[in-house]
Design a protein around this ligand. Sequence first.
Ligand SMILES: Nc1ncnc2c1ncn2[C@@H]1O[C@H](COP(=O)(O)OP(=O)(O)OP(=O)(O)O)[C@@H](O)[C@H]1O
Length: 185
Amino acid sequence: MHDLACFRGGRLLFKGVSLALAPGEAAQVTGPNGAGKSSLIRVVAGLLAPAAGRVECEGARALMAESAALDAERPLGAGLRYWAAMDGHGDAVTVALAAVRLADLTDVPVRLLSTGQRRRAALARVVASGAPIWLLDEPANGLDVASVGVLEALIAAHREAGGIALVATHLPVALPGAKVLELGS
Ligand SMILES: Nc1ncnc2c1ncn2[C@@H]1O[C@H](COP(=O)(O)OP(=O)(O)OP(=O)(O)O)[C@@H](O)[C@H]1O
């Protein structure tokens, strides 16, 4: 991120935001409600144009935001395979579902999943994407303590394998050695 600025709703949310993440590194984006954490994640994802500055990425980006964008009527496994196939990793879904402890629900329609299970499904989508750069917007929302542990372990394994994680969260998520990007300060 080079000198990023973001205007939204006629308001300057942040400016002068610069950060470099090398393989294996992570950053936590913090700040009060409305500071622009989600907006920053969307800028880095390429979904929102910055008012100034630029983002450079080497490798694909996977975004975990509020919605997992999975067809509610489809079985979970089939819904995830649809996206993973687009990313060229259709065979990664079984492992991803096991990683987020949802293997038992592979054949259950997405509409029947609980809130926390939906969040874990969204995480499975990121895992199955094979993308080296994970952009996680409030990934711990709706997760119980054990699932936050799973989230932390998956991020750690991703970093150990040379991946990068940018995590916006107001809930505690252990990210050892992560850089901190505080917005609204
Ligand atoms: N589509 C939009 N159009 C105009 N303003 C928007 C839009 N989306 C968000 N905003 C505004 O941008 C500001 C930052 O929102 P953002 O969701 O990035 O904050 P946040 O730090 O993630 O907040 P929270 O902690 O509540 O999730 C808010 O004031 C919000 O009202």
